[in-house]
Design a binder for this molecule. Sequence first.
Ligand SMILES: [Fe+2]
Length: 254
Amino acid sequence: MNRTGIQMSPIDSKAMQDIEPALMDSDGVDEMALAELRSEYIANADALGSVPLPGTITGAVTMGVSMLKGESPQILLDKLGERLAYERTGTRLYDALITKCEVMLAGEISMTIEDLEQIRADEARHFLMLADAIESLGGDPTSQTPSADLVGVESLGLVQVLNDPRTSIAQSLHAIVTAELSDKAGWETLVALADEHELSDMVDRFTQALNEEREHLALTQTWYEEAIGLTYGDVEVDELPAQSQSQLQSPPPP
Ligand SMILES: [Fe+2]
């Protein structure tokens, strides 16, 4: 039985809200003290790691040339490292979902395990393509860049949701949709960065990956909606304002 709400215990909740005015004032002071303490840490903190310099001579030369042109290749290497880390996590998220579906999937949604294996293969292929791209610039794909560290921390919650044996397929898909939204945004940035560096071969390959991520997002969002029992056929279109109607009727993005 869920007892988390305040209404579960009217007497205790009244006592809890019956606070001495003096205590209310000191609460504000405590918040200030906490913020001040945090500010001190922020002011004195180091950065979140650094972008490692290419270890190979060709890499160092390539990077030196780019630096002369003022194109800041560190940002590109940092973001390539970020996508690499995220695709690796994505592969593991789909591994976890496949395991869950092998036990729980009962055919009430259109998603199949084969679909998930296909997406998992895309994420793994993207990971390898990024490792190649980093190597082609003289970088070391096994090094952790600051943005790789960042997305690793960001996705911790998603990994926890997928690996929790209690989460349902709908709940797992909710986390997967969050991952795919971030994936799509990440690839858009990477395509733009590669374009800025005039790396046309990378632009082509990254655009292909972006299109695949767009498809992942459209698919997983549809499956999630099916899993919570929402189908477009059930929506009362007449009761929605005109703009929502047109959004509902428009086909999903490619
Ligand atoms: Fe994806």
